[in-house]
Design a protein around this ligand. Structure first.
Ligand code: SAM
Length: 340
């Protein structure tokens, strides 16, 4: 039985940030000078992460997404995937990655039991990618996509964070790229999460603007019925292209949020905007039993009433949710630490 929080939302999904490190420096996530990495000694081992995920299944978790930071930077990741894939309670095991290191890892991850893969691709232009990520890895990203296809991770989901003046002129090209390879593109509204130090409402291209722009170029768009806790609203173009929009800024979906986040140092967060997490690694290392740990998680979830993205709608003169100095003092505020 899944634990229910104070708003009757069940605990079903878990994002596991296996590392806070990343091999890209996207301007909206890890801008220059903002990052303080978690101390190495505090990072959970793969065995510890597997134990904590198993404990999460005791209180309802059935869907697990591995993320980061960049999850492929974590050594021996296929070993963790194999352990998680063997947990009988997990019905859906997926990963979000920038794909830069995927060329050599797609096959081993597939063999280890990874079910689905989402790849972040904000631009099709190599020079633009280098400016936005401060790394020259666009060819590796494309090679990673090909490797994922060859390994059988099809269809992929392709995530594109849309920033005004940065990549909002590429919406149609990105949709065509996705469709030509049989993948589903999901446009993500630029969120004011920790790490987005330059966030400004003017830089957000809202769901309705994305739809207007696509409609003017491609013709009438049909909205599909979506339900449950899936974050993306789904649409089709007249030629049948299916795509999603994650409208976390203008139309937050907190009411259906069934998601917890586990950080690489074993802290459980119950909202992307939460300032504090519940330390599960210390009690695990001190010898707490599965039942003890499950009771801790259950208690935390039952007390949960977070609706961070909805609360942000009420903030007057909305700007970044954390400043650089706060991020440096509290690295868990960062999206790369909590797990995107
Ligand atoms: N490194 C992996 C990747 O790039 O997919 C996984 C972690 S990353 C934090 C997960 C997702 O969060 C990516 O699709 C990224 O674009 C998105 N993201 C990061 N900061 C964001 C922001 N400020 N607004 C919206 N999405 C963001």
């Amino acid at each position: 039985m899944a634990s229910l929080d104070r708003l009757a939302r069940p605990l079903r999904s878990l994002r596991v940030s296996v590392t806070d490190r990343c091999n890209l420096r996207c301007s909206y996530c890890l801008p220059e000078g903002s990052q303080i990495w978690l101390p190495k000694a505090e990072i959970a081992t793969l065995e510890e992460l597997a134990s904590l995920v198993r404990i999460m299944t005791l209180v309802g978790t059935t869907r697990v997404r591995i993320t980061g930071g960049e999850p492929l930077l974590r050594r021996d990741l296929p070993t963790l995937v194999r352990e998680l894939a063997e947990l009988p309670a997990i019905q859906d095991l997926s990963m979000t990655s920038n794909a830069v290191l995927l060329r050599d890892l797609a096959g081993p991850l597939r063999s280890a039991g990874l079910g689905r893969l989402t790849i972040s691709i904000d631009t099709l232009q190599a020079s633009r990618y280098t400016i936005n990520t401060r790394r020259d890895s666009h060819a590796d990203l494309l090679a990673g996509i090909r490797a994922a296809e060859e390994a059988g991770f099809t269809p992929l989901k392709l995530n594109t964070v849309v920033l005004r003046g940065t990549n909002d002129d590429e919406l149609v090209e990105i949709l065509r790229f996705g469709r030509s390879r049989g993948h589903q593109v999901r446009f993500i509204e630029y969120m004011d999460v920790g790490g987005a130090l330059d966030w400004d409402p003017g830089l957000v291209v809202s769901q309705s603007e994305i739809l207007d722009r696509l409609e003017s170029e491609c013709g009438p768009i049909k909205a599909l019925a979506t339900g449950g806790s899936a974050p993306a609203n789904l649409f089709t173009l007249p030629d049948g292209t299916l795509f999603g929009i994650i409208a976390s800024v203008t139309a937050p979906f907190c009411g259906a949020c069934d998601r917890a986040r586990l950080t690489a140092d074993g802290k459980l967060f119950t909202c992307l905007y939460a300032a504090d997490g519940l330390d599960l690694l210390s009690p695990l290392r001190a010898g707490a039993t599965d039942d003890d740990l499950a009771a801790l998680v259950d208690g935390r979830w039952r007390n949960r009433d977070d609706h961070g993205a909805q609360d942000r709608l009420e903030v007057p003169d909305r700007g970044p949710s954390a400043q650089a100095v706060e991020l440096r003092a509290k690295p868990h505020l960062g999206m790369h630490t909590k797990g995107g």
